[in-house]
Design a binder for this molecule. Sequence first.
Ligand code: MLT
Length: 413
Amino acid sequence: MARINEHYRTLSAGYLFPEIARRSRTFLEEHPGRSLMKLGIGNTTEPLTPSVIAGLHRGVGKLASRDSYSGYGDEQGNSDLRETLAAYYAGRGVKLKANEFFISDGAKPDSGNIQSIFGLDNIVAVQDPAYPVYVDSNVISGRAGSFNREEGRYGKLHYMPCNEENGFFPEVPKVKVDLIYLCSPNNPTGAVATADQLKGFVDYARSNKAVIIYDASYAEYISDPSLPRTIFEIEGAETCAIEINSLSKFSGFTGVRLGWSIVPEALLAEDSEPGELNALWNRRQCTFFNGASNVVQEGALAVFSPEGIAESRQLVAYYMENARIIREGLVSLGLKVFGGDNAPYLWLRTPGKMSSWDFFDKLLEETSVIGTPGSGFGPAGEGYFRLSSFGHREDIIRAVESIKANLKLQEKA
Ligand code: MLT
C-alpha cells in the first residue's frame, strides 16, 4: 500500500506565487477588459545580452559536430565555469577553490535541496519574513512541526523577526539553533546585511557549530561598496557557511536557469570532519542531478567575460532605475517604503494598518497593479507589501502612474 509524504499536508497553503496568479485570473474573469500590471513575482523581462546570446550559440554550435559534441557533463558543472567563478570571487578578495563550487539549474532548487544533507533533528532558524522555499523545504522534510494557523507559524522552526526596529535584519538567536537561513540583499524586504551584522551570525554559528545557508542571489544589486556581496568576505565564514547564488537576476537567466552553491571544504557541522559536507553535497548532486545544461553553461561562461559582466551590470542598472521610479511614486503618496536601493525589491508598510492581503485586493481593484502580500513571506510580513522592480520601463511607469492616480488612501490612512 503506497502512502504519501504526509508532511506535504502540513504546508500552510499553496505556494505564494501560484496563489497570486490564481487570484489574478479570478479577478480578470470577474472584470473582463481590465489588464493587469505585474509587480508581483520577481521575474526578469529584458532580453539576454549580446555576449550571452553569442555564448549560447557557441554552446549549440558545439553540439552540431562530432568533434565538439558532449553528452552528460560533470554533475558538479563544467570545470571551466567552476574555475571562472572561483576567479570572480578572488576578484572580490575571497579565496575559494573550484571544487567548492557546484553548478546547478538555479538558486531555488539549491536552496530547497541543500537541507537534505543535514539531519532531520536540526533546529532551523529563518528570517521572518523569508523567501518561502526555506520554510517549505523544511516542512516537507519534517523539520518544521505543525502549523499554527492563528500564529501563522510552524511549531519547530525558530523565527527571527525582521522589522522596522532592527532595520529588517535579525538579531542572532538567543537560543541554540543548527541551520540558519539568511538572504542578503533580502527577498522580500530589500534590506542588506552589513559586514558587522554578518560577523555576528558567523561568530554565533562558529561557537554553536551551526551552519548558515546564505542566499546571495541578489548580491549584484549592491552598489554600496561598504556592503558585503558574499558571506565569505567575513573571516571564518568558510567554516560555517554555504552560499547559494544564481544568474537569474544578474543576467536574466530566470528562464535559462543557472545557479551555483559554494560548499567550502573547511565547512563543519557538529558531527562532521572538514571536507565531509562538501563530499555529501557532491554525492547528493551525483545521485539526483545530471549537471546543468551544457548550452546554458556556455552562456554562463560568457556572462563572466569582461563584456558579459559590463552588460549584466547594465541590466541591473535598468532594474534599479525601475526601483527608483517606484520608490519615488510611492513616497510621493506618503507611503512608508523600505529597500529598493541595493536590492530590486521595495517593501512598503500597508496604509492604515490594512492586512497584506486586503491591500493586495485594494491595489488590484483600484489600480490594476499586482504586488505580493508581505504575510505570504511569514507572520512578521503582515501589514507589509512587496513590489518588484523587474519589468519593462514603460510598464513600471504605467503602474506607478496608475497607483498615483487611482489608489484611494484617505479612507484607510
Ligand atoms: C520572487 O519573486 O520572490 C522570486 O522571483 C521568486 C524566485 O526567484 O523563485
